[in-house]
Write a protein that binds this ligand. Structure first.
Ligand SMILES: Nc1ncnc2c1ncn2[C@@H]1O[C@H](COP(=O)(O)OP(=O)(O)OP(=O)(O)O)[C@@H](O)[C@H]1O
Ligand SMILES: [Mg+2]
Length: 355
């Protein structure tokens, strides 16, 4: 479903405004610091009630303002997110939504940005976050299991940290039970999701010139199953280090081309093409699961690609696209009459004469 318009107040450097979008490509062009990423972030925020850049949500509110608010409208949905630095209020179709898992997913959104390179180069937690969010976008059950799992983990770790005496050990057994139950629910959905991701990654990789781009899963539990035996085996070490050593929170994804890890063998351009393939795969899965194309937010993605790859990329993008860049990519405008071109300066957007 395409975003028809959004209205934002108090969001970062964006001057309060209402913008209407094209159903296909929306190009957002402006200098460094103009507000391009901020607009993408506002769209993402109203879609998923979280940001792709920061943990401190207070920073989203424009300096000196008491709150932020973003309203979004598609053909048949209306969503509002309000945040005053303490409290977040979510609304769908005018109704208050109290659970995050009931809000996420009202609109599919996939962001591709230059930062995604950390999905290859960064720590396992980056890759897990990608996997968890992608599954959560189509499964409210997954998201609530994940939230529950993290809660159990925090409590279990606290006991491990001051562990030792018998009373604690009894409580630990209770938490083991919960960890196994919720952990296996998470494993179950991951095992379902991974083959789909793998299949799509290879297809997009090929389009972008990568031979045999593929995906492996490194699990801390054999066959992605958590049980009492495994926990017993690591118990002694867990009491020494003071945290839970096995389970879905300890696993990792491994991207490779030609059977070699992407992070240690690929060129920079290949790494970028690899990451773009992963994100396009995510969008394709969202489409297949929901029947609706997710909105694609592209932040300065083309900057590192050669011209041929940019053309392939533009051809591969389906559905509504927000393409932010300091420069308009090189392409023929003749078949882009339905697209909309915005220029942005100091947080103010204008429909540009390119149109
Ligand atoms: N809470 C805030 N209040 C006011 N201004 C903010 C806030 N948060 C960020 N900004 C400012 O918003 C400006 C625009 O940021 P943004 O990341 O959108 O730029 P950009 O157009 O994507 O630039 P680049 O091309 O460098 O990526 C920055 O100068 C930043 O300092
Ligand atoms: Mg930016």
């Amino acid at each position: 479903m395409a975003l028809k318009r959004i209205k934002y107040q108090g969001f970062r450097n964006l001057a309060d405004a209402e913008l209407e979008f094209a159903d296909n490509f929306n190009f957002i062009i402006g200098k460094n610091g103009a507000g391009k990423t901020n607009l993408l972030e506002a769209i993402f925020y109203v879609g998923l009630a979280s940001s792709f850049r920061i943990r401190e949500e207070q920073n989203l509110i424009r300096a000196g303002e008491p709150f932020l608010r973003v309203d979004a409208e598609t053909e048949n949905m209306r969503a509002i997110v309000y945040f005053d630095g303490q409290k977040k209020k979510l609304t769908l179709q005018g109704n208050k939504v109290t659970r995050l898992s009931n809000y996420v997913g009202w609109q599919g959104i996939t962001i591709l940005s230059i930062e995604d390179i950390w999905m290859v180069r960064g720590t396992p937690s980056r890759r897990r976050a990608f996997m968890d969010w992608t599954i959560a976008k189509t499964s409210a059950v997954y998201l609530s299991n994940l939230i529950e799992y993290r809660k159990i983990l925090r409590q279990r770790n606290r006991i491990l940290q001051n562990g030792g005496d018998n009373k604690d050990r009894d409580v630990l057994e209770l938490f083991d039970e919960q960890l196994i139950k919720t952990g296996n629910e998470i494993y179950h959905e991951r095992a379902d999701f991974l083959p789909k991701l793998k299949e799509n990654i290879t297809v997009f990789g090929q389009e972008l010139g990568l031979q045999e781009l593929t995906l492996g899963y490194c699990s801390s539990c054999p066959d992605m199953k958590l049980n009492h035996d495994i926990l017993k085996r690591v118990r002694h070490r867990e009491l020494i280090v003071g945290h839970t050593l096995v389970g879905p929170h300890r696993d990792d994804l491994l991207f490779s081309i030609n059977a070699r890890p992407l992070r240690s063998f690929a060129s920079e351009g290949e790494e970028r093409a690899g990451v773009i393939s992963v994100k396009l795969a995510e969008a394709e899965i969202l489409y297949k699961e929901t029947g609706k194309r997710p909105i694609l937010l592209l932040d300065e993605v083309a900057a590192e690609l050669d011209r041929d790859k940019i053309e392939v990329l533009l051809r591969l993008l389906k559905g509504q696209v927000f393409f932010a860049s300091t420069q308009l990519p090189n392409f023929s405008k003749s078949n882009r009459t339905k697209d909309r071109f915005f220029s942005v300066e100091r947080g103010v957007f204008e429909i540009s004469s390119e149109n």
